[in-house]
Design a protein around this ligand. Structure first.
Ligand code: ATP
Ligand code: ATP
Ligand code: MG
Ligand code: MG
Ligand code: MG
Ligand code: MG
Length: 270
C-alpha cells in the first residue's frame, strides 16, 4: 500500500512552488502581533509602554535567535520583531516559507511558554498569534535603511503615545480630546506639550521606549571549574578553564548613525 501510494499520489508534490530566497541577499523576517491593540487592553497592559510585554517580546526573540540558525541581529518595538539572517545563510536551502514559519511558530510558542515569567498577576486569556513576512535586501545600505525605518517608526509612535497618555492620565483629557489636540502636530509641538504641561524632557525618557531593542551576539568569556583526573595517578585536580561563548545581548541604542555599525562591524561581514 505504501509503495502504491507513493507512485500514484506523489505527483501532488509538484504543486509546491519554489520560494527560494535570492542568493546573497539579506533575508529579513518581521513578525507582528495579531490584533494587539485589543490584546493589550484585555491583558491590562500599562500605557503607553508595558515593560512586562516589552521584556516578554525580547525573551521570545532571544529564544528564536538561540533556537534557529544564522540570525545576526534582531530588532523589536511594540508588538513587532524583525530578524536578520546572514546573507550567506543556506538554512533550509533559503526557502522563504521555512524561515517565516519557523520564526513565527517558535516566537508564538515562546510567548505562551514564557508568559508567566513576566505576567505573574495576569493570566493569559487566549492564545495570541503573529503574522510574518519575508523581505529581501540586496545591499548593506538597504538593510541598514530597513532597520533605521523600524527605529524611526518606534520613535514617532513612542513620542505620540507618550504625549497622548500624559494628556489622558495626567491632563484629564478623554482619549478623543487628546487625539483632537494632537491632530496635525509636529514633533516639536509634541515635545513642547510634554515640556510645558508635564515638565517632561522627551530625551530623558527611557532608551528602551525611544530606541526599541536590538539583539546582538556578544562574545563572553566563561570561566568554569573543571575536575580532571591525572593519568597514572589516583589524584583529581581542579583547574579553571576559560571558554568563549556567544550570548544574545539586548541593546537600546541608536541604529541609524554610524557608531553602532562601526562598533558591531561583524554584523555586516560575510
Ligand atoms: P494588526 O493585527 O494589524 O497588527 P494591531 O492591533 O496589533 O493590529 P499594531 O499596529 O500592530 O496593531 O499595534 C500594536 C498595538 O499593541 C499598539 O498600538 C498598542 O496598543 C499595543 N501594544 C503593543 N505592545 C505594547 C506595550 N508594550 N505596551 C502597551 N501597548 C502595547
Ligand atoms: P523535521 O524537523 O525535518 O520535520 P522531524 O523529526 O519532525 O524533523 P518528521 O518527518 O516530521 O521529522 O517526523 C516526525 C516524527 O515525530 C516521527 O517520525 C515520529 O518519530 C515523531 N512523532 C510525531 N508524532 C508522533 C506520535 N503521535 N507518536 C509518536 N511519535 C510521533
Ligand atoms: Mg500591523
Ligand atoms: Mg500588531
Ligand atoms: Mg505592530
Ligand atoms: Mg517534523
Amino acid at each position: 500500500l505504501r509503495t502504491m501510494a507513493k507512485s500514484k499520489f506523489e505527483y501532488v508534490r509538484n504543486f509546491e512552488v519554489d520560494d527560494t530566497c535570492l542568493r546573497n541577499w539579506w533575508i529579513v523576517v518581521r513578525l507582528d502581533g495579531r490584533n494587539f491593540h485589543k490584546f493589550a487592553e484585555q491583558h491590562s497592559f500599562t500605557k503607553p509602554n508595558d515593560e512586562r510585554a516589552l521584556n516578554l517580546m525580547t525573551r521570545c526573540a532571544q529564544a528564536v535567535m538561540e533556537e534557529l540558525e544564522d540570525i545576526v541581529i534582531a530588532y523589536g518595538q511594540s508588538d513587532e520583531y524583525s530578524f536578520v539572517f546572514q546573507k550567506k545563510s543556506n538554512w533550509f536551502k533559503r526557502r522563504a516559507s521555512k524561515f517565516m514559519t519557523h520564526v513565527a511558530s517558535q516566537f508564538a510558542s515562546s510567548y505562551v511558554f514564557y508568559w508567566k515569567d513576566y505576567f505573574q498577576d495576569q493570566t493569559l486569556l487566549y492564545p495570541p498569534g503573529f503574522d510574518g513576512r519575508v523581505i529581501l535586501y540586496p545591499s548593506n545600505q538597504n538593510l541598514r535603511d530597513y532597520l533605521s525605518w523600524r527605529q524611526a517608526d518606534c520613535h514617532i509612535n513612542n513620542l505620540f503615545n507618550t504625549v497622548f497618555w500624559n494628556l489622558v492620565q495626567k491632563g484629564g483629557l478623554t482619549t478623543s480630546q487628546a487625539e483632537e489636540k494632537l491632530r496635525g502636530t509636529l514633533s516639536g509641538d509634541k515635545n513642547e506639550i510634554l515640556f510645558s504641561e508635564f515638565n517632561i524632557n522627551y530625551n530623558n525618557e527611557p532608551l528602551i521606549h525611544r530606541k526599541g531593542t536590538a539583539l546582538v551576539w556578544k562574545k563572553i568569556d566563561e570561566i568554569t571549574m573543571k575536575t580532571i583526573k591525572l593519568t597514572n595517578e589516583e589524584k583529581e585536580k581542579e583547574i579553571l578553564v576559560t571558554r568563549t561563548r556567544k550570548k544574545v545581548t539586548p541593546l537600546h541604542c541608536d541604529l541609524i548613525g554610524e557608531e553602532f555599525w562601526e562598533e558591531h562591524s561583524e554584523i555586516l561581514e560575510d
